[in-house]
Write a protein of this length. Structure first.
Length: 189
């Protein structure tokens, strides 16, 4: 599975806005406390329909986001789905790709690195024998997630681009969430 994303920083990363956000969160740390929410329901078979819930920042819920976006998921036919929507694994890749694009553009702007074009190719490798209970020694989730990054940045050295990718890996909130343990609390309502 692959996901492609491209960006042009001149239309995206506003360094002044980034700096203003950093200053605001530094001054009022509560602004940095953000909770995303979604509501998902079965849509029959292996499909689900999910809508965005309110975004809460500094304890204040923005109800205008409730239901603003609808996401559908399914599985490919070879995995017993009907292939009517993106799979949950592909949503994970999209989440990482989206976060990488935002983080990369922000870091590049802060380092004065021009981005003419960025493309990401992502992969999610899984051994279904873990999920299916065939082999308890096999992890149920991804064995690995890969991201190949292509950057067109005229005048920027390979070393500077490698440093940018290192900073990207160290700064991306979604990568941090995927690469490090985070409590996932599942409750029966």
């Amino acid at each position: 599975m692959t996901e492609m994303n491209t960006l042009r920083t001149e239309a995206f990363a506003d360094l002044a806005a980034i700096e203003a956000t950093v200053a605001a969160v530094t001054e009022q740390r509560e602004l940095g406390k953000v909770s995303f929410s979604m509501l998902s329901e079965s849509a029959g078979g292996l499909t689900a329909e999910t809508i965005t819930g309110p975004l809460t920042q500094a304890g204040i819920a923005d109800e205008s986001r409730r239901g603003k976006f609808t996401l559908h998921s399914d599985e490919p036919v070879s995995l017993l789905g009907t292939d009517t929507a993106v799979s949950p694994a592909e949503y994970i890749l999209k989440a990482l790709a989206g976060c990488y694009i935002v983080t990369l553009a922000s870091l590049a702007a802060a380092r004065n690195i021009p981005l003419k074009h960025v493309a990401l190719t992502l992969g999610f490798d899984i051994d279904l024998s873990g999920f299916l209970g065939i082999d308890d020694s096999v992890r149920k989730g991804a064995q690995q997630i890969t991201v190949d990054v292509q950057i067109d940045s005229p005048g920027t050295s390979r070393k500077d681009l490698e440093d940018l990718i290192g900073a990207l890996e160290a700064s991306s909130p979604i990568r941090d969430t995927l690469a490090n343990p985070v409590p996932v609390i599942t409750r029966l309502g």
